[in-house]
Design a binder for this molecule. Structure first.
Ligand code: SF4
Length: 396
């Protein structure tokens, strides 16, 4: 959740002290790049003034991800906004929480579509049990089989985090959900400590992982209002685009959400103004119809942002998007393009995966190895054929 004035501040700070872009991360955070050391304190001061750093001590552990459609009437069992706010408020009020590892993350999932996490250290997902909502607890992506009552959910997740810190000291292991979930002694210790909170709970329906990127207009709970998801090519906005988004939200009193597919959601904007809003977005190069070729395409920082990259994968992803422009991608169709084997752009279950090497791309489509060392042109041809559902030749 971010206000128009905060988004304006980020755009202005990036234009003054960073590279002028605003990157949205897969945790729905914002990343600014290309900051000169001499400008760092001015930038941080500007972020503090805009209300982004309520507690410097806890800044790196306020990683709470929730559905960007929370409370916007998109098929959720629970509106998670109040849970997010309470968890954030209590995290920064607790000294112990500052001891969590910097990448420790929480997910609060209202149980609707378009949101699912398989990698957070601690996650709760709403399920309906006999018409009563419960939150199912997952540890490091593993469903526990236990749930917690809605009114005790924040207490439970905070206690879980505290126990992760304690168990990591006792067993000399990292305080990360995935590590704890993989050691039976550690996970049993955690579940024992939480026994006062937990009840048996059915597993949530469906996959917990969502790789798709929605684009376009969707219904909203308020009569006469809709939600709008514009395309954000490769998760990056220019300062001008960011200012435009902030001004739209301000003018039409919309709700801005940053999304874990590295995008933006305008919640609850007047349906009667939608053509004006989409025209304003188009004027700064943002499409709202999902046909700009970027739908489903994700790339890591690439050679312009990461020393390890073996290719300019963002440029290559843009060339792919240009090829795909004008088509409507199938929902769930996804491409990951990574600059090296580390695969930071990786989302599990991607339709196509391209990994740069020193002599081309290695390419997998639908989990099947297609080629190694293939040229960009050949990789683009294959991915475009896959999207058009044309059979692909497999190289041995
Ligand atoms: S995948 Fe490799 S090249 Fe890309 S950002 Fe990660 S480490 Fe850098």
């Amino acid at each position: 959740m971010i206000t128009p004035s905060q988004l304006t501040a980020v755009a202005e700070l990036s234009a003054s002290f960073a590279d002028g872009n605003v990157d949205i991360t897969s945790r729905s955070n914002i990343q600014l790049r290309g900051i000169q050391t001499k400008d760092l304190s001015s930038l941080v001061h500007g972020l503090e003034l805009a209300g982004f750093i309520p507690s410097p001590l806890h800044d790196r552990v306020r990683n709470i991800v929730a559905s960007p459609f929370a409370g916007l009437g998109f098929g959720e069992i629970l509106d998670t906004q109040a849970f997010v706010r309470e968890l954030d408020r209590r995290l920064v009020a607790d000294q112990v929480m500052a001891g969590l590892p910097p990448k420790f993350s929480f997910a609060i999932d209202g149980g609707g579509p378009w949101f699912g996490r398989d990698r957070d250290d601690l996650a709760i997902r709403a399920v309906n049990v006999d018409n009563t909502p419960l939150f199912h607890l997952a540890i490091g992506g593993t469903l526990s089989g236990f749930g917690v009552r809605v009114d005790r959910a924040v207490d439970c997740i905070l206690e879980s985090a505290r126990m992760c810190v304690e168990i990591s000291k006792e067993l000399e292991m990292p305080a990360r959900g995935k590590r704890i979930a993989s050691v039976p002694r550690a996970v049993n210790r955690l579940l024992d400590a939480l026994s006062g909170f937990l009840v048996t709970c059915p597993f949530p329906d469906g996959s917990s992982d969502v790789g798709d990127m929605p684009v376009g207009i969707s219904p909203c709970e308020r009569v006469g209002f809709v939600n709008l998801v514009p395309s954000v090519p490769l998760g990056r906005l220019t300062a001008e685009q960011t200012l435009s988004i902030a001004s739209i939200a301000k003018r039409w009193d919309g709700d801005i959400r940053l999304a874990p597919w590295r995008g933006v959601v305008f919640g609850s904007v007047p349906e009667s103004s939608i053509s004006q809003i989409t025209a304003t977005l188009a004027a700064v190069g943002l499409s709202s119809d999902g046909k700009d070729g970027y739908r489903g395409v994700a790339a890591c920082a690439g050679s312009t942002g990461c020393d390890a990259s073996l290719a300019d994968v963002r440029r290559d992803a843009s060339l792919l998007a240009r090829r795909l422009a004008g088509r409507c991608a199938q929902p769930g169709w996804t491409v990951n393009i990574s600059g090296c084997e580390k695969q930071c752009a990786m989302r599990s279950g991607a339709t196509a995966e391209l990994i740069a090497s020193s002599s081309g791309y290695s390419l997998r489509i639908n989990g099947q190895f297609i080629a190694s060392n293939c040229s960009l042109e050949s990789a683009i041809d294959n991915v475009a054929a896959c999207q058009a559902e044309i059979p692909i030749e497999v190289f041995s």
